[in-house]
Design a protein around this ligand. Sequence first.
Ligand code: KIV
Length: 315
Amino acid sequence: MSTEPRIPDAPPGEHRPVTIPRLAEMKQRGEPIVMVTAYDYPSAQVAEEAQVDVVLVGDTAAMTVLGYDSTVPVSMDEMIMLASAVRRGAHTPLVIGDLPFGSYQASNELAVGSAVRYMKEAGCDAVKMEMAGVSGGVADKRESVARARAVVAAGIPVMGHVGLTPQSASALGGYRTQGRTMQQAVQVADDALALQDAGCFAVVFEAVPSAVTEVIVERMRIPVIGIGAGSSTDGQVLVFHDMLGLHDERSPRFVKRFAESKQAMVEGMRAYAEEVRDGRFPAAEHAYSIEPAELERFREVIAPGKPWDAADFLG
Ligand code: KIV
């Protein structure tokens, strides 16, 4: 039996599936790494067709697709369902499952168990884990690093996440830029270097001043993917709904809207509603036909007032 991994419906040869060594090569060559989030089959297909390198099934799904008001409530079961759908739509990009709040903090065993679920049940290639840059309690840095190290030791590739880590927004005092003071910058650097030492294959820097990122990137051997961290990183990531304009809410400063998809969708939906209401839809080209003779026979057997038994005609 072949031990080659099965890539469902892999598209014909022109794009090789992105691997972790390939990301390391891209860093060496200075080739920017393009990463986006996706949460379902159609968004994964969009990422596939747009030829992005990495798809993150982010816990931002909590807000973008599940309607929670933060990333904290989303469960591992919900994330597995979304990640499985993403995997079915994305064959070429590296697919990463984001470990949600509560799925890894309590122990190394819990962290490994959750990461294994992403690999076995959803077919992910790697997982991402936030590192809370605050000391004390379960968010203590040594604990966070131990979780990353344990998952790496279990043979599962880990992407770290430092700077603004939304799962710890409460401990960080809100959704704030991290690294604006010397002390905070040291914290971000220390977190990133600790995750690198723990064996992470890449790390996300979120909401970190560009100049601070630039200094830290100099010391990083693994790819750094930025979101609101300036242009000196090895790649960029944006949230699908933010970059494609799928919502009306205010976006953080680091978001650029590359399309106004919600507007286009509302316009399309309004046009549909109007056409149904004024009888223009469906038109003849949207309907199926029947041979006139068959229709005539059908009319005869179902004529009003005529007793009939469907069994007489259904063999
Ligand atoms: O959950 C997410 O979407 C993320 C990205 C913002 C990096 O962590």
